[in-house]
Design a protein around this ligand. Sequence first.
Ligand SMILES: Nc1ncnc2c1ncn2[C@@H]1O[C@H](COP(=O)(O)OP(=O)(O)OP(=O)(O)O)[C@@H](O)[C@H]1O
Length: 271
Amino acid sequence: MSCNGHGASMQVRGLRYGPAGIDPLIDGVSFQLDPGDRLAIVGPNGAGKTTLLRCLYRALKPGQGSVLLDGYDIWSLDPRDLARRVAVVLQEMPADFSFTVEDIVTMGRIPWRRSGWLPAIGQRSACAASEKAAVWHAMEHLNVVNLAKRGFATLSGGEKQRVLVARALAQDPQVLILDEPSNHLDIRNQLEILDLLRGLGITVITTLHDINLAAGFATRALLLHGGRAIAEGLPEDVLTEANLSATFSVKAHIHATGNGSAPNFSFALRA
Ligand SMILES: Nc1ncnc2c1ncn2[C@@H]1O[C@H](COP(=O)(O)OP(=O)(O)OP(=O)(O)O)[C@@H](O)[C@H]1O
């Protein structure tokens, strides 16, 4: 796993997706990320955040628009090539009860194995050693080495979340896509995991419900509502009181911290 990896650029143009017979779930979404950007996608429940993510890692094919990775349409890439470049951490947890933590993290290396190819006998132990090194490096980063031999199913929700991020990092991706990575995590673990993601240097795209976490983490923000981008750009231009109040139907208030760090947000129901 690279700790100072190289991110890829992503250009999303006019994305529209919807199953036949219903209004589109994603409509006219566009944004541009430079390598190393961190995009926070925020919006109310049902806004289309997960659906948008699924279009970005080729789980859903948009009816219109395109997703370019370093200039190449993701639908034109070889699936293995895409799997090497883009890693995904979803909200759903794997249901298989038989895998250990080490097994799960090792799965992150699968796209790097060459099918139908066996290294020369003298190189086999070197290949195995480099794979194991990548897996242990990722586990160390996520502080789950002490869980390596535990059954995944026996872990707490927060421990599982850390293991799934470790699996994604073992994949050594250029783009990391995460759906609510702070789910299940306590406050310290939330801050730690976002800090770790910030330090990777790769392009990160994540949904986040916590606006304070999003403002502190992101270099770009996308506010989604009803499948449409209400605002996209720098977090300070997107996460405004007016935008948040209108999109979430609440009273949003920004408290400047005055020390150059991200502002704090508070929210109240409208009278
Ligand atoms: N295959 C489908 N057919 C019909 N509606 C769908 C389908 N998939 C998703 N939806 C609807 O699309 C909307 C957006 O769902 P999505 O999961 O993307 O929202 P979200 O912003 O991630 O929500 P949350 O914050 O609650 O996780 C929801 O109303 C959902 O019920």
